[in-house]
Each structure stands twice: as structure tokens, then as C-alpha cells.
Design a protein around this ligand. Structure first.
Ligand SMILES: Cc1cc2nc3c(=O)[nH]c(=O)nc-3n(C[C@H](O)[C@H](O)[C@H](O)COP(=O)(O)OP(=O)(O)OC[C@H]3O[C@@H](n4cnc5c(N)ncnc54)[C@H](O)[C@@H]3O)c2cc1C
Length: 289
């Protein structure tokens, strides 16, 4: 199928992209990797009057570590780069581990982190990892630059804190302690399919070997990626081990809000979600102990 007619612009700066979007009104859309927007246009689910292509804007690309060891990833960074980049593998191995679960190589070659966050599919991997890492999402819009904490970014299914004209410019991840344990696991029908449910987990240990901080998040378990704070609370102050992981998994069930669709029932997602929390925590622990 072919999309409806649209105007196409390829600006080379953030400011000119915003000016074009403003000029062409609310039906104009930014184009990232096109791996969600273009299929929607071909299926006539979306019919933007103009596409403002972000691919030529160098300021939206790049991966760097700042003086506080935070990882900065430009919005137009491709999923495949996240999967392969050595700096990301060191500075946020959870992101690196989740990336290969996304679709197929051809889609990862084009799809971008900014596009994935803006699209906000509740089963998408990158939003879940960004959420569990407490990353900051940098935006540029009609009122200039601002940033939004990930916890405030995802509002509903395919709905975010982005306002008209807002562009995601960069994602900033807090420094990653070298002793942190982490894992990402998901269940999908076939390799490359969207997750029916997935879990991202990390935890840090204090000098006594007890969990001092923890992050747990689920994808495919609600209208947005979800933070499993009940499970996190159970982990804090405890020594890692199968018993406490099972307890955290049980507590996390109250944070899951799965729905039913053609891929899986809510009951299945809840059941598998609990098992996956336990399994992911165990994988995180076994990775480096
Ligand atoms: C067959 C198939 C399987 C897939 N499987 C998975 C999967 O398993 N997991 C997964 O996570 N994803 C999957 N995807 C989606 C894929 O990862 C997309 O690349 C991603 O969701 C969107 O990124 P994009 O750069 O292609 O965005 P686009 O398609 O270009 O844009 C998506 C939306 O974001 C907006 N946008 C893009 N960039 C910006 C920006 N910088 N600022 C503000 N708005 C912006 C666009 O206007 C549009 O509304 C799949 C896609 C296909 C076609």
C-alpha cells in the first residue's frame, strides 16, 4: 500500500525543523527512522500533511559520556547502534542487552531511540529501559529547550508529555555503577515480535552485600511501560537470593496492569510477568556473582 500524499522537508538544524513543523500546522509530523510512522501512513492510520525529516540533523546524533559519567544519546541514534556501540555497552549495559530484542536488524538499522520514545508503544523495549534507569528526556519545542523525567513522560497508550511542536533531542542516562547487576528478559511469540511481556531489572549492593537500590520495570503489562515499585521496595535492604526474588515477584503482581489482545490474555501476561520478574532478577544476580 502507498501512503496518502504529503509534503516532505529535510532541514539540517533543530530550529529549522521546528519552524517547518510550526509553518505546516498540526497535521505535520517529524520523521525519525520511519519504522512506525511510515507503516501507519501506508495503512492510512496516519495521514500527515507534511513530514519533517530529522535524519539530516547532525545535532540529533551522537553518543557521549559527560564529566558526571552520564550517558547522552542523541534522539536520532539508531537501535542497531545502541546494540553495537561499545560506549553504550559499558555505560548502560541494560540498554545494550535490550536492543537486540527489538524487531529485526533491518528495522533496527533505521528505527531511532527518539522515535521509539515518541511513539510510546507500551510493549516497546527502549521506553521500559529508559524508565527503569530514571533517564531524562531532553526536548526542544516552541518554548525552547526543556527536559522531562521519564516517570512523567509516558501518559497513556501511544501518548506522551510531548506538546505540539516538541522534538526529542537527547536522552540522558544517570551514571552506571560498575558493580551494578542487571538483566532484561521478554517473552514474545517469535523472535523479532513485540514482547507479550518483558522485564528490565537492576540492583546495587552496599558494602554488607545488601541491596541498596533497585529498579524494576515491565513492558507489555499496561498502557505505558510500568515501574514495579512494590517489587523494588521488597528488594531494598535485603541480601540477594531466590527467596527475596520470589517475594519481589509476588509483590510486583500488584503493579502489573495487563490487558488482553490477540497475542495473549491479561491472565497469561500477569502469570508470566511474575515468573519473568523472578527470572530476570536471578539472571541479574547470576551474571556477576
Ligand atoms: C515489523 C515491525 C516490528 C517492530 N517490532 C518492534 C519491537 O519488537 N519493539 C519495539 O520497540 N519496536 C518495534 N518496532 C517499531 C520500531 O522500533 C520503530 O523504529 C520505533 O517504534 C519508532 O522509531 P522510528 O525512529 O522509526 O520513528 P518514526 O516511525 O519515524 O516515528 C514514530 C513517531 O515518533 C515521532 N518522532 C520520531 N522522532 C521524533 C523525535 N525526535 N521527536 C519527536 N517525535 C519524533 C514521529 O512523528 C512519529 O509520530 C517494529 C516495527 C516494525 C515495522
Amino acid at each position: 500500500m502507498k501512503p496518502p500524499k504529503f509534503d516532505y522537508f529535510a532541514p539540517d538544524s533543530i530550529e529549522s525543523a521546528l519552524a517547518l513543523l510550526t509553518e505546516h500546522g498540526e497535521d505535520a509530523r517529524y520523521l525519525g527512522g520511519g519504522q512506525s510512522l511510515v507503516p501507519m501512513m501506508n495503512l492510512r492510520v496516519a495521514a500527515p500533511s507534511a513530514l519533517i525529516d530529522l535524519n539530516g540533523i547532525a545535532a540529533l546524533r551522537g553518543i557521549r559520556i559527560d564529566e558526571e559519567d552520564r550517558l547522552h544519546i542523541g534522539a536520532m541514534t539508531r537501535t542497531r547502534q545502541i546494540e553495537l556501540d561499545a560506549t553504550i555497552a559499558r555505560a548502560n549495559p541494560l540498554l545494550h542487552e535490550a536492543a537486540p530484542h527489538i524487531a529485526h536488524i533491518q528495522i533496527r538499522n533505521r528505527g531511532t531511540i527518539g522515535g521509539s520514545l515518541a511513539h510510546a508503544d507500551p510493549a516497546a523495549e527502549l521506553p521500559g529501559v529508559v524508565l527503569v534507569c530514571d533517564a531524562e528526556i531532553k526536548l526542544f519545542g516552541p518554548d525552547g529547550a526543556r527536559s522531562v523525567a521519564t516517570g512523567d513522560f509516558f501518559k497513556n497508550i501511544f501518548s506522551t508529555a510531548l506538546q505540539d511542536g516538541d522534538m526529542i533531542t537527547e536522552i540522558v542516562f544517570p551514571a552506571w555503577p560498575s558493580t551494578r547487576r542487571w538483566a532484561f528478559q521478554e517473552i514474545s511469540r517469535r523472535e523479532g515480535d513485540f514482547a507479550m511481556i518483558g522485564i528490565a531489572a537492576w540492583f546495587d549492593l552496599d558494602d554488607a552485600g545488601r541491596i541498596s537500590a533497585a529498579g524494576l520495570a515491565a513492558i507489555g503489562a499496561g498502557d505505558t511501560p510500568l515501574r514495579l515499585s512494590s517489587g523494588e521496595t521488597v528488594l531494598i535492604g535485603q541480601a540477594p537470593g531466590e527467596k527475596i526474588f520470589a517475594e519481589a515477584a509476588r509483590a510486583s503482581l500488584s503493579d502489573l496492569q495487563p490487558g488482553s489482545d490477540i497475542h495473549a490474555s491479561a491472565e497469561y501476561r500477569r502469570e508470566v510477568g511474575g515468573v519473568l520478574v523472578e527470572r530476570t532478577l536471578k539472571a541479574a544476580w547470576e551474571r556477576s556473582s
